[in-house]
Ligand binder design. Structure first.
Ligand code: PMP
Length: 390
């Protein structure tokens, strides 16, 4: 074995490379927008799967293993189309678990191929169905879990492939009664198939409490005044917010919410029912919700700032050109929200940390593609959109 192993940057497996991402000062952005604050971005695309979700993939799988919720040779099943799937798939590959992801058919083929490249099985489900319908991606994940449970033992990759093919056929042929019958079976938890469910999983915020937050605290030496983060499941802002507030009472935690999401409305005191009436679709991916997940604690969030798609995308594109940082749309949203908030509130002389959750490579055919931008009615003169922030 090579001497000074970890010191030389050598690891025993890919999972060990998750976390310890850099914090990068956004000097060009500060100057361009005449900010009198220091901005530091936590670049989560340095994780091996390209996003912050590798952290929770690792935590949810290791947690399940420790608690006996999954055994060797078991299968991880999760309804997800995005970064969480990649995080789970790569950790599962490293640890020897099989994975099945159910995803609505509006999601790009690239995403399906990416998960399959990491060894996962993928089942496509119709997009335009209610979550409670037997062919929604939530319920189809449960159907797979139930069929594995029925076997009562761990299964081979071939057997899993058969189950996946069978369920895909039921979905494609709209054999809803058969799906319903599978779902209605009284299934106990089985260690042979486990659905982590990131919206309810305590290891989601815990991953950020124990890793993301601690890194930020150590990197800044506690010398920070603001934390800005988008909210999807809320795991990021909840874990980081809790850790920082325990150490520094006056640190301000600011949530960045897309127009159309319920979070900023609920935070303002609106009931969930009222907020849902105002909720509408938007294009920025990974942030905002139309549910209140168990993984978010809005009491840790001091204030919210709202950002629309156009603003998010203009900032994402500008960031890549100005700083050479190719990040995703929720990063642009978080940065736009940060600058807007600091300016509108006359904040000066402070240090702010902003979370950039994933890589821009996920959006080369969307945000970074002028044709796509124009087709969706967006301005592609980014500087023009950003002028209001200067
Ligand atoms: N940005 C992107 C691109 C994401 O995939 C997610 C996760 N949904 C988030 C931001 C928000 O993170 P969290 O779920 O921890 O709130």
């Amino acid at each position: 074995m090579i001497e000074n192993y970890t010191k030389m940057g050598i690891y025993d497996g890919i999972v060990q490379t998750i976390g310890n991402t850099p914090l990068v000062r956004l000097g060009k952005i500060e100057r361009y927008f005449n900010l009198r604050n220091e901005l530091y971005a936590k670049l989560e695309f340095f994780n091996p799967g390209g996003s912050i979700k590798d952290r929770i993939g690792k935590y949810m799988i290791e947690g399940a293993k420790r608690e006996g919720k999954i055994v060797e040779g078991g299968v991880i099943v999760e309804p997800t189309s995005g970064n969480t799937g990649v995080g789970l798939a790569l950790v599962a590959a490293d640890e020897g678990y099989m994975t099945v992801f159910t995803m609505p058919d509006k999601m790009s083929t690239e995403k399906e191929l990416l998960l399959k490249a990491l060894g996962a099985f993928v089942i496509r489900t119709p997009t335009a169905v209610a979550p409670s319908d037997p062919n929604s991606y939530y319920r189809v994940a449960e159907a797979v879990r139930n069929l594995i449970w029925k076997k009562g033992r761990s299964i081979s990759r071939e057997e899993l492939g058969e189950i996946v093919k069978y369920v895909q056929r039921l979905v494609d042929e709209e054999r809803l009664d058969e799906l319903r019958a599978i779902l209605e079976e009284e299934v106990e938890e089985t260690p042979y198939a486990y659905i982590p469910n990131q919206y309810f999983n305590k290891y989601n915020p815990l991953a950020h409490y124990e890793t993301t937050a601690r890194e930020i605290w150590e990197q800044t030496g506690g010398e920070m005044n603001y934390l800005f983060a988008g909210i999807g499941t809320g795991g990021t802002i909840t874990g980081i917010g809790r850790y920082l507030k325990e150490r520094k009472k006056d640190v301000r935690i600011i949530g960045v919410d897309p127009v159309g999401s319920i979070y900023s409305l609920v935070k303002k005191g609106m009931s969930l029912e009222e907020a849902l009436k105002k909720a509408h679709p938007y294009l920025v991916e990974g942030i905002g919700e139309d549910i209140l997940p168990e993984t978010v604690d809005l009491s840790l969030v001091d204030d919210m700032v709202v950002v629309n798609d156009q603003e998010s995308f203009a900032m994402t594109r500008f960031l890549a050109r100005k700083e050479g940082i190719l990040a995703g749309g929720s990063s642009g949203a978080a940065l736009y929200g940060t600058i807007k908030y600091l300016k509108e509130n006359g904040v000066e002389g402070k240090k702010a940390v902003v979370i950039f959750p994933d890589t821009g490579r996920n959006y080369l055919t969307k945000i970074f593609n002028d044709k796509w931008m124009l087709k969706n009615g967006f301005e592609i003169d980014d500087e023009k959109v950003l002028e209001v922030l200067r």
